[in-house]
Each structure stands twice: as structure tokens, then as C-alpha cells.
Write a protein that binds this ligand. Structure first.
Ligand SMILES: Nc1ncnc2c1ncn2[C@@H]1O[C@H](COP(=O)(O)OP(=O)(O)OP(=O)(O)O)[C@@H](O)[C@H]1O
Ligand SMILES: [Mg+2]
Length: 292
């Protein structure tokens, strides 16, 4: 879909105007999608936002503008877009992490399994259901075992701790590398191992959704590949939302991709469609490296 020279060069009004509203659930499906896939995507979304807007600095900085989107269960959804477009802010709205930032305002709704998480829900419970893994691996200065058990104990876990440690580490694909040194400090692990430990720690409280904000950007390619493999394995049980600046990573591991720009959701669709047949010029410019 090469742009015309005029459209590419001219600083047209169109280019600077807000993009058209994002495709609706109905329009974002491909017309030629196989019926089976269609049925699959038609199920109740795991996370849904409705007209979500968000401001920092007592309303002076708008970070999100009227975002309506649906995250499907047992899929990996990638958020892409230039720095400052609101990816991390949107991710943090999904588990009320932004509540911890002073001077913020929000409009619209965020639903998890159809329930508005900003209404009656307890933020601590929301964060148990919707876990988070950050850009920089951040294990606690404790043993590998204690890292896993910490959150579970806070959440009142009284079951078999050894089984929980093993299950969490296995799911995060790091058990084989650490099972002989569970009482050693987590700081003795490599960066990639620490990140998988942080994934295991997030899994230990049995979340439904795992949010990952650039989880591999601090890792070398080999460690990043391990984490990517882990993510692909995890989507069988969990719903995963990942922010990434790495287009190859988004196209390799995600099922759906959302492209954001200046707080808007420009478009969201099946990853393959977004990367091969984007609907908006701005998306094409971004994914082909023309800006951002
Ligand atoms: N704690 C904060 N206080 C004030 N403004 C903030 C805060 N966090 C983010 N912002 C602003 O909100 C907007 C969106 O930021 P956000 O961190 O969500 O972007 P991003 O897409 O994750 O960027 P990056 O790719 O650089 O991580 C930016 O204008 C940013 O400066
Ligand atoms: Mg960010």
C-alpha cells in the first residue's frame, strides 16, 4: 500500500488532524476471516475500555483520548506507538496502577470480565487479577523462593508453598535453570532469568491477565527470545497485554495489535492485518519506520 507522493510529502490538514475514530468491533474484523476465527474473537472480551480518557498534572496533560478497545482472552495483544503516546498509561489503567499517581483524572470505563474495575472493586484485588511485569527486571533482594511466595502470602495463600514455587517457576519457563538454588538470592540470576522470575512472581497470585511494559527491552537478544517463548506459552492460560517498541517482536508474538498516537487509538486489528494492510497512513508510516 505505497502512499501517493502528494499524500506523503504534503503536510496536509488530514495528516495533522486527529485520526478517524478507531474501527469498531464489527469493522475491525477482516471480511475474509474464517468463520471459526470469527466465532473465537466474538467471545466476551477479557478487558474492555469504553471512551477512556486520562489526564496527569491535575488535568493539564492529557495522556489518553477517548479510547474504546477490547482485549480478547487467551491472546497476546501488543500496544505499539511512538514514545509518549500513552501506551504505559493505558496499560496501567487496566489494573488501577495509575491510582498511585497524584493529580490524575480519568473518564470512561475499564471492564475486566464485564465488571467495571473503578466502581466497587478493591484496587488490591484488581491488581491480583491483573498482574504486571515491568521493563526492568525488579526482583526483591530475597531468595528466589521468597520472591515467589511474597505476593501469594500477602494474598492469604495457605496451600503447599513448594508446589506453588515449582508451578510458578515452571510456567515462567525458568524452573530447570533455578530448581537447584531456590534459596539463593534472586540477584545472582542473569537479567533474562530475573525477568522470568518476575513473570513467575506475577503468576504466583493466579492472575487472569498479565500486563507487560516493554518486558524485554533491557535484555540481550537471547534472553529476550526466552521471554518471548515464555509469553507465547503463557497465553494458553492467561490473557497478555504487552507494550513494545520492537515491531518484529509485536508481529512475532501478538495476535492483536493496537497502534496509538498522541493518546489516540489509531487502529487495532489482527496483528497480521495491521502489519500488512494497515487502514491508516499514520500506522503505515510508523510500522515502516518513517516516524517515531
Ligand atoms: N507520572 C506522570 N506525570 C505526568 N505526566 C505523565 C506521567 N506519566 C506519563 N505522563 C505523560 O503522559 C503521556 C503518555 O505517557 P506514557 O508514559 O503513557 O507514554 P508511552 O507511550 O508509554 O511512552 P514510552 O514509549 O516512552 O514509554 C506523555 O505525555 C507523558 O509525558
Ligand atoms: Mg511507556
Amino acid at each position: 500500500m505505497p502512499p501517493s507522493v502528494a499524500a506523503d510529502d504534503a503536510p496536509s490538514e488530514q495528516q495533522d488532524a486527529p485520526p478517524p475514530p478507531p474501527a469498531t468491533e464489527a469493522t475491525r474484523r477482516e471480511p475474509d476471516t474464517a468463520p471459526e476465527q470469527d466465532r473465537e474473537r466474538a467471545q466476551t472480551p477479557k478487558v474492555k475500555t469504553e471512551n477512556l480518557s486520562f489526564w496527569y498534572d491535575e488535568g493539564d496533560t492529557q495522556a489518553l483520548d477517548d479510547i474504546t478497545m477490547a482485549i480478547q482472552p487467551n491472546e497476546v495483544t501488543a500496544f505499539i506507538g511512538p514514545s509518549g503516546c500513552g501506551k504505559s498509561t493505558l496499560l496501567r489503567c487496566f489494573n488501577r496502577m495509575n491510582d498511585l499517581v497524584q493529580g490524575t483524572q480519568m473518564e470512561g470505563r475499564v471492564l475486566v470480565d464485564g465488571e467495571d474495575i473503578y466502581q466497587k472493586a478493591d484496587p488490591i484485588m484488581v491488581r491480583r487479577r491483573v498482574g504486571m511485569v515491568f521493563q526492568k527486571p525488579n526482583p526483591f533482594p530475597k531468595s528466589i523462593r521468597q520472591n515467589i511466595l511474597w505476593g501469594a502470602r500477602i494474598n492469604g495463600f495457605t496451600g503447599d508453598e513448594d508446589a506453588l514455587v515449582e508451578r510458578s517457576l515452571r510456567q515462567a519457563a525458568i524452573w530447570d535453570e533455578v530448581n537447584d538454588r531456590l534459596d539463593a538470592s534472586a540477584y545472582g540470576l542473569s537479567g533474562g532469568q530475573q525477568q522470568r522470575l518476575c513473570i513467575a512472581r506475577a503468576l504466583a497470585v493466579r492472575p487472569d491477565v498479565i500486563l507487560m511494559d516493554e518486558p524485554t527491552s533491557a535484555l540481550d537478544p537471547q534472553a529476550a527470545a526466552k521471554v518471548e517463548e515464555t509469553i507465547t506459552e503463557l497465553k494458553k492460560r492467561y490473557t497478555i497485554v504487552i507494550v513494545t517498541h520492537n515491531m518484529q517482536q509485536a508481529s512475532r508474538i501478538s495476535d492483536a495489535t493496537a497502534f496509538m498516537y498522541l493518546g489516540w487509538l489509531v487502529e487495532m486489528s489482527h496483528t497480521e492485518k495491521l502489519f500488512t494492510r494497515p487502514e491508516h497512513q499514520r500506522t503505515e508510516d510508523y510500522i515502516t519506520g518513517r516516524f517515531g
